[in-house]
Design a protein around this ligand. Sequence first.
Ligand code: MN
Length: 347
Amino acid sequence: MPERNPNPPYKRIATEEAWASPELFQLYMKELEEKNIDEPGFHSLYKFFGGTNPRAQNLARRIQTLGEERIADMDAAGVDMQVLSLTGPGVQLFDPATATALATRFNDELAEEIAKNPDRFAGLAAFSPLDPANAAKELERSVTKLGLKGGILNSHTRGVYMDDEKLWDVFEAAEALDVPIYLHPNMLPRDMVQPFLSRGLDAAVYGFSCDTGLHALRLLVAGLFDRFPKLQIILGHCGEALPFWLYRITYMHTHISQTGRYDGVKPLKRPARDYLCENFHYSNSGVADAPPIMYVHDVIGAERIMYAMDYPWQYEPSETGILDDLPMNDADKKLFFEGNARRIFKL
Ligand code: MN
């Protein structure tokens, strides 16, 4: 395995790094006991993280701290800075009004924690997707008053995707504020999870990508980027494999949209490829593997692929060595580790 460069000509800015307020973690544990919410994907995953398995306990502790342990972990992996976001499902497990109230509290808490170590941390704002006017207000408050750098959308909210234009206030706000929305996985919704669950394929192993990639395509096909042409969405995990499907998605969507076969599919102003290349940025979170990273770099562009670790879920200090060794020229590697994050998040 390649050694990490001890003195690289770039800062390593990790852009999809998870955090949970201890209060949020307690609310999840309470839900596990009370079982008010019929989301088997959530219950399966958090039953594990709330349990006694040593790996689970280790992760449950790490995700709730933004202090010394996390900074020591970053130093051990050569990570200079983390862009923090509330881990999935974030506030999106709760009813819209509760989620709005929690988002406000957690954004305040995140901003206070960042202020203790502003050289090491930046953060994204949580919001309540099904409370659209307040979601937009909270994003604006978080960016203009708290200094947060964009929004975190943990995919669907109790099975509802954001392609309904009644929910677009927050995207309008993001475009107006010139900040990105990170479209991050959530546990699969109830109607989708069952075929994944019995073989343990529901979470990060594969299911997350299916759901989050689906969400991104629903937004695209609904015409979100015709309405908000400057909006930028960030996808992790090398784009949830969507860049790999660029040709076929574009070819088939063009033809399907001309047939009038589906009420929910109208022709767009541009081919699908254009939106995937111009309205999305991509991180390599969870994928410390040169070929798929280089694929996004080559097909989408050097300005749109950036570094992420997915701490603490995939804390592997050796991965930064693999990524230092990526077959990119020096300028593109600096964009990957540092420059693209500085530009999109205005760091
Ligand atoms: Mn993640």
